[in-house]
Ligand binder design. Structure first.
Ligand SMILES: Nc1ncnc2c1ncn2[C@@H]1O[C@H](COP(=O)(O)OP(=O)(O)OP(=O)(O)O)[C@@H](O)[C@H]1O
Ligand SMILES: [Mg+2]
Length: 367
């Protein structure tokens, strides 16, 4: 087993002047399931390929365990990679597909047999070993592709969107299986996806990237609750966070975010941060799942404000409400039991401790 460390790793492709990866500093711990997540083109695959040795960094150092691997060819890095396009050899059986890489590496027959059978058992495909890939379902093929990597018994698994060819339901199943597999194998996994839900559900830690730059590294809950900038706040969360342009104004000892049509009290615990942004543009952040609907018509909270429901998206037990408070669009999550209808007016309340505040210019979080 081994961790992976990136020190100021930059990649500029030949003939390009953009930094596909820009001075990435990253410590991936031994046995950790780390997910690199971010929008298309942010540098996830390039980062993974550099760890694998398939791309050479323009500058910076990569360590696997304590070994500097900059000059080490891919085959000697003791890693195994699983790609989105896992193309199995169609003329070979499942067994042969899994054994192929080991044969090339001149492993003995009994050793190959042991490893293939063990991997097949772990993946629950022991009874498929004699089949050809065309006789397998998508999920089964994906498991064989994983099996090919597992038999290598590598120090680190690198996975690039391995589930994206599967349909939605199977993807959810395989997510859980991969997490389970990680627990069983006790190996370092670096997993790339553009899907923030995949990242949130699978990662011990998440690395959020944008434009070649690492934006934030942290446990899923930490990233969700304490996004360090506007990008991370808006990228993470299945119903995107409400972002509201505001002016922060002093109100005696406390501070208020003025959104024009409504005003919201800012948390007392954050006076210093609030004071620092008075007179400049700020953005208030509020997760849709944290907005409260005032059942009492707003009597309890002085800063509850009115909004009109634009439309309702019923998704089973929960409904997403899209509302307008003046010109400001807002979203919130509520129980479908509430049976809210479009056109309905309601009073909303933002609990102060649930608020986020960002500097509109630097896009950095104040809290
Ligand atoms: N071989 C290459 N030559 C030149 N530019 C490249 C090459 N490979 C990738 N890039 C560029 O580097 C940047 C990062 O690409 P990368 O493939 O790492 O993105 P990604 O995060 O994996 O995106 P996706 O989610 O679409 O797979 C992009 O701007 C891309 O166009
Ligand atoms: Mg990619």
């Amino acid at each position: 087993m081994a961790g992976v460390r990136l020190e100021k790793v930059t990649k500029i492709f030949d003939g390009s002047n953009v930094k596909a990866v820009n001075e990435a500093d990253l410590e991936i711990h031994d046995r950790e399931f780390t997910v690199l997540v971010g929008p298309s083109g942010c540098g996830k695959t390039t980062t993974l390929r550099m760890i694998a040795g398939l791309e050479i960094p323009t500058s910076g150092d990569i360590y696997i365990g304590e070994r500097l691997v900059n000059e080490v060819p891919p085959k000697d890095r003791d890693i195994a990679m699983v790609f989105q396009n896992y193309a199995l050899y169609p003329h070979m059986t499942v067994y042969e597909n899994m054994a192929f890489g080991l044969k090339l590496r001149k492993f003995s027959k009994p050793e190959i047999d042991r490893r293939v059978k063990e991997a097949a058992e772990i993946l629950g495909i022991g009874d498929l070993l004699k089949r050809k890939p065309r006789a397998l379902s998508g999920g089964q093929r994906q498991r064989v592709a994983l099996g090919r990597a597992i038999v290598r018994e590598p120090q680190v698994f690198l996975m690039d969107e391995p589930l994206s060819n599967l349909d939605a339901k199977l993807r959810v199943m395989m997510r859980a299986e991969l997490s389970h597999l990680h627990k069983r194998l006790q190996t370092t996994i670096v997993y790339v996806t553009h899907d923030q839900i995949e990242a949130m559900t699978m990662g011990d830690r998440i690395v959020v990237m944008k434009d070649g730059l690492i934006q934030q590294v942290g446990a899923p809950l930490e990233i969700y609750e304490k996004p360090q900038n506007l990008f991370v706040a808006s990228f993470i969360g299945s119903l995107p966070i409400n972002l509201i342009p505001v002016q922060v104004i002093a109100d005696g000892d406390n501070f208020i975010a003025d959104a024009g049509h409504f005003k919201v009290a800012l948390p007392i615990s954050r006076r210093a941060e609030c004071a620092s942004i008075v007179g400049r543009k700020a953005v208030l952040g509020m997760r849709p799942e944290r907005v409260e609907i005032c059942r009492d018509g707003g009597a309890e909270h002085a800063d509850a404000f009115e909004a009109v429901v634009d439309f309702v998206e019923m998704i089973g037990a929960e409904s997403n409400l899209y509302l307008k408070a003046g010109a400001q669009e807002l979203a919130l999550k509520t129980s479908s039991h509430d049976a809210v209808k479009a056109g309905q007016k309601m009073k909303l309340y933002f609990p102060p401790e649930m608020l986020h505040l960002f500097d509109a210019e630097t896009e950095k979080a104040l809290f």
